[in-house]
Design a binder for this molecule. Structure first.
Ligand SMILES: NC(=O)c1ccc[n+]([C@@H]2O[C@H](COP(=O)([O-])OP(=O)(O)OC[C@H]3O[C@@H](n4cnc5c(N)ncnc54)[C@H](O)[C@@H]3O)[C@@H](O)[C@H]2O)c1
Length: 272
């Protein structure tokens, strides 16, 4: 059987971990055919971790041409362009920088349908997207994301500095933001993928509510989701360990993308 050719755009922490997973766990069905990165030195160290695949280092257009499935693991600044080029050429894409497509997701989904390609958006650092998809068939009334992070995970956020909030001086549990997902994405780019995925899979970025809380007592990042629908109420909490390759990312986010890749090749489709 011909192997699925996978092209990876962005050879950083996530790109590398997914490449390693494909190379070790999916090598009978898939190979990494091409890679690209703005920083060429990243592609050199990237190739060294692979045992089976021998990808070519190339530009975006050639990468898309020489791949069946593209993994975007680069930046929200380019994820829309990478996705649009991929699905316009009938290629499927797994998008990690979901924040970059938040306002154009429906356009991309329509283009993918027209060109018979697939767009994969992993659940990332949150749980409950399966429930959201099922409940949305009955009608969703309200979606709330409550993110709890230790102060150090929020230091350097421009929005907080402008408001005169020094997170390192906070002594007790404090709500530092409450608003729509659209505003949260603007002011807290670190949370961009979680809020974006929740919005895209549910009731949109203007209606999804986000609350961000910090406390010196918090040791992990926590994402709590509440979905209210005609068919019932769903609540989930994920307590996330940092990904050792990039402490700004949750380990669960990398694992969730691996699970999506595994699912593409599995015959058994578990969950919705
Ligand atoms: N969906 C999720 O749950 C989730 C979780 C973690 C990270 N992410 C997103 O995935 C992306 C990658 O995360 P990471 O932790 O690997 O970051 P990283 O900084 O370790 O790696 C990003 C890599 O992409 C490269 N890059 C940037 N712009 C590029 C471009 N235009 N073309 C080609 N390469 C480019 C950089 O040089 C770098 O090597 C980020 O956008 C991040 O927000 C999403």
């Amino acid at each position: 059987m011909k192997k699925i050719r996978i092209g990876i755009v962005g050879c950083g922490a996530i790109g590398k971990s997914l490449a390693k997973f494909i190379d070790r766990e999916l090598n009978s069905k898939a190979e990494i055919s091409a890679i690209c990165d703005l920083d060429l030195s990243k592609t050199v160290s990237f190739k060294k971790i692979l045992k089976k695949s021998k990808p070519v280092v190339t530009n975006l257009d050639k990468l898309i041409k020489n791949s069946d499935l593209i993994i975007e693991s680069s930046s929200a600044k380019v994820s829309y362009e990478v996705a649009k080029k991929s699905v316009s050429n009938g290629k499927s894409i797994l998008i990690m920088s979901i924040g970059g497509i938040i306002l154009k997701a429906e356009e991309l989904f329509a283009l993918a349908r027209k060109n018979r390609s697939f767009i994969y958006l992993p659940s990332g650092a949150i749980c409950g997207i399966d429930g959201m998809k099922a409940l949305s068939l009955a009608g969703i009334e309200k979606v709330t994301l409550t993110t709890r992070k230790p102060p150090k995970a929020l230091s350097g956020v421009a929005y907080l500095m402008q408001k005169g909030i020094d997170v390192n001086k906070i002594k007790k549990e404090t709500v530092i933001f409450e608003g729509t997902a659209l505003s949260a994405i603007k002011y807290f780019p670190q949370n961009i993928n979680v809020a974006a995925l929740l919005s895209i899979s549910g009731i949109g970025a203007k209606k999804t509510k986000v609350k961000i809380i910090t406390s010196p007592e918090y040791k992990y990042n926590y994402h709590e989701i509440e979905i209210v629908s005609k068919a019932g109420v769903l609540k989930t909490i994920s307590q996330n360990v940092a990904f050792k390759e990039n402490p700004k990312t949750s380990y669960l986010a990398a694992l969730s993308a691996m699970a999506v890749l595994k699912g593409i090749f599995d015959s058994a489709k578990i969950g919705n």
